[in-house]
Design a protein around this ligand. Structure first.
Ligand code: TYD
Length: 209
């Protein structure tokens, strides 16, 4: 594979989509093919799974069922979109990937990292992002931003403790795998975050320097 695979992670409202759009524009202006996807979803199968996962009326979903649904959506997008894009040499920008499952299902839901990692490596057939950009933010600030966007989904309506656990899960993942992770302050001014993202990716994407 000759492309580059960058995943953006962080809790709701951490500014991932703004930064992904900026990076996409910058890379396209430099002549790169860029493929942007959002998880769960991004395929016909994944979009249907997404609507089940986010449905507020889907009460009492078992944590294992939840983990497997995310993994199913991920398996499909890897096979259908991500591997072909990387083989063509494209830059893939993913709004959430496997580390969301490690943090939300493994850490916050309590399934445990090893179990969630095992299932997800099965789903991705071993594919991992080259770099994970973690936009770290205190949930007390970030959830307010997310909720301004409209009615809360099944995850946004979780108690604040859950979102604090998710944040802690992401930070623990970053400590375990420091070469893969770039941990940035998601609460900083958007232009400053963009500059930090470029600096964190120039080894993989020299056109950002
Ligand atoms: P989405 O609206 O895409 O959230 P955001 O805009 O914050 O990225 O909803 C996806 C939700 O699913 C989000 O609350 C995080 C959660 N999620 C998991 O619990 N596990 C996962 O593996 C993924 C990809 C997302």
């Amino acid at each position: 594979m000759s492309g580059a695979f960058i995943a953006f992670e962080g809790i709701e409202g951490s500014g991932k989509s703004t930064q992904i759009a900026r990076l996409r524009d910058r890379l396209q202006a430099a002549g790169r093919e860029v493929v942007c996807v959002r998880e769960p979803g991004g395929t016909r199968l994944g979009d249907r799974v997404r609507s089940i996962l986010l449905d507020r009326d889907q009460v009492g979903m078992s944590p294992v069922a939840e983990m497997l649904l995310f993994a199913a959506s991920r398996a499909q997008i890897v096979r259908e979109v991500l591997r072909p894009a990387l083989e063509r040499g494209a830059v893939v920008l993913c709004d959430r990937f496997l580390h969301s499952s490690l943090s939300y299902q493994g850490h916050a839901r309590g399934l445990g990292r090893d179990r969630v990692l095992r299932v997800n490596l099965e789903a991705t057939e071993g594919l991992l992002p080259d770099r994970v950009v973690l936009l770290d933010l205190d949930p007390d600030a970030s959830l307010a931003r997310a909720l301004e966007r409209g009615a809360p989904d099944r995850f946004e309506q979780e108690a604040m403790d859950f979102h604090h656990d998710v944040r802690a899960g992401f930070l623990a993942e970053a400590e375990l795998d420091p070469d893969r992770f770039a941990v940035l302050d998601g609460g900083a001014d958007a232009d400053a975050v963009t500059t930090s993202i470029h600096a964190a990716l120039t080894d993989l994407l020299p056109e950002l320097s």
